[in-house]
Design a protein around this ligand. Structure first.
Ligand code: HEM
Length: 488
């Protein structure tokens, strides 16, 4: 090959690329892109805020450059609903993610699995199992288990004797235990060795996943010790979670009652035997699906509950209204799901919490499964797409004065909860909608109403008011805060 023919070849390649690209109209880049880093510095520590601010300048659809990768960001109800719900299948895949893929052995789960028949079967099956478990009444039902956990949480909080305390750890334990109950039919004492290991491992994996994300942006960083240590740590801790689940799978296999599946693992093991709904389901895949319930359901529910306690503490009038409603409807006993439809103000409060501080402000990245047009823009197959849910919830066109905490937004003139409000998608939508939405709604209602029925929450005397902006790690988390729980 002569130098001349090599140059001709290169020119031809560049020309073809140029012509191919010219036919396309990609979404614009906001200002602030620098070589190598792209928009990383401009996005800063609160990317949900920056992206929402950019929406005002650049419109609903734009491209951010993350190191070497372009990510199309969708903002506002029209664009996000179009992609997640109306044309769901085109946007339902996942891009490669170094650490998440390694943890779940390249898509053997649900959350990181690429769009395709395997994902569809697993998700449909898991959704049906959770629905079955949720609908089962009586003793051993999910409702019973959450109420039991809520009582334990009440006792823990009562032990603080009205002193200022940070109850984040107690809420974490309660939420993790609900997942354990639903998944493997048992709850742990919070001092239990295995449980502590499990809960610590979950927290560490979530923390390290944040650091590990940088490897997606700069793959070569995996050879830099500090970054590499984070990913090794995440893998080590996730293998501890895997070990606990594998032990439980073995235990469930030995004690399987085929007529009476009790929990998520029982249903899955029956399906492994029958192979009716999920072709090729193995115990290994069940283990990864089970891990997803922890990864998806742990931080999200805990932080939403913490946000609800924070906002209710900061708004005594609203807290008072919640308690009046609980007193009138529930009376002396503890709240149950049967009370839910009679407690519109309690429900409205929880919806407003999820609006003002959506813990999943930016969803996990999606990927297009074909070439698509969004508005006037062309987006190639395999492009990373990031729906900005925060932008929906803070849109003044739907939510006047969006920074104000006001449960009344979710009530109609008759005082009933608004059915399916627009520009509100705390659980996402379409094919990738949250797997645990119904469970999370049950938990939020039962924990929140039980706590508010038993305690009045106040900020500690003389302490500066807690901040409400939160910290953006994988979820939007409140800054650590203390409150006093006064028995009613
Ligand atoms: C996905 C929010 C609780 C399991 C999602 C998504 C959102 C979300 C917005 C969609 C992400 C996307 O579009 O990629 C929440 C919130 C929760 C919560 C706000 C609590 C307040 C739970 C619980 C579980 C769970 C309790 C399980 C027990 C999952 C899983 C996915 C998911 C497995 C991935 C679904 C898929 O990729 O198809 N969640 N979630 N979540 N959630 Fe939740």
């Amino acid at each position: 090959l002569t130098l001349q023919s090599f140059l001709v070849f290169c020119t031809a390649v560049i020309l073809v690329c140029f012509l191919l690209k010219r036919g396309r109209n990609p979404p614009p880049y906001p200002a602030g892109r620098v070589p190598v880093l792209g928009h990383l510095l401009a996005l800063g520590r609160a990317p949900h805020l920056k992206l929402t601010a950019w929406r005002r300048q650049y419109g609903d659809v734009f491209t951010v450059r993350m190191g070497m990768e372009d990510v199309v960001v969708l903002n506002g109800y029209t664009a996000v609903k179009d992609a997640l719900v109306d044309r769901s299948e085109l946007f339902a895949s996942r891009p490669p993610n170094y650490l998440a893929d390694t943890i779940v052995d390249f898509g053997k789960d649900i959350g990181a699995a690429r769009w395709g028949p395997e994902f569809r079967q697993r998700k449909r099956f898991a959704t049906a199992v959770l629905k079955n478990l949720g609908m089962k009444g009586g003793t051993g039902s999910i409702e019973e288990k959450i109420r039991e956990e809520a009582s334990c949480l009440l006792n823990r909080i009562a032990e603080y004797n009205e002193n200022p305390s940070d109850i984040a750890h107690d809420v974490t334990v309660a939420v993790a235990n609900v997942i354990c109950s639903m998944l493997m039919g048992k709850r742990y004492d919070y001092r239990d060795e295995t449980f502590r290991e499990l809960a610590d491992a979950l927290v560490t994996v979530m923390d390290e996943l944040v650091v590990g994300q940088i490897i997606n942006v700069f793959p070569l960083l995996r050879f830099v010790p500090v970054v590499n240590r984070a990913s090794i740590n995440a893998l080590k801790e996730s293998s501890k979670i895997a070990k606990v689940i594998r032990q439980e799978i073995a235990h469930h296999r030995e004690n399987l009652d085929r007529e009476n599946p009790r929990d998520f693992l029982d249903y899955c093991l029956l399906e492994v035997e029958k192979q009716e709904k999920v072709e090729g389901l193995t115990e290994e895949i069940v283990m990864y699906m089970a891990e997803d319930l922890f990864f998806g359901g742990f931080n999200t529910t805990t932080n939403t509950l913490l946000w609800s306690l924070l906002y209710i503490t900061l708004n005594p009038d609203i807290q008072n209204k919640v308690q009046q409603e609980l007193d009138a409807v529930v009376g002396e006993g503890l709240p149950a799901l049967s009370h839910r439809s009679q407690l519109p103000y309690v429900n409205a409060c929880l919806l407003e919490v999820m609006r003002i501080r959506p813990v999943v402000s930016l969803t996990a990245p999606h990927a297009t499964s074909d070439t698509v047009k969004v508005g006037e823009y062309d987006i190639p197959k395999g492009t990373q797409v990031l729906p900005n849910l925060y932008s929906l919830h803070m849109d003044p066109a739907y939510w006047p004065d969006p920074d104000r905490f006001d449960p009344g937004r979710f009530l109609d003139a008759e005082g009933n909860v608004t059915n399916k409000p627009e520009s509100f998608m705390p659980f996402g939508g379409g094919r990738r909608v949250c797997l645990g939405e119904q469970l999370a709604r049950m938990e939020l209602f039962l924990f929140f109403s039980t706590l508010l029925q038993s305690f009045t929450f106040r900020t500690p005397e003389g302490a500066p008011p807690p901040l409400t902006d939160g910290v953006f790690d994988l979820t939007l988390t409140p800054h650590p805060f203390e409150l006093c729980a006064i028995p009613r």
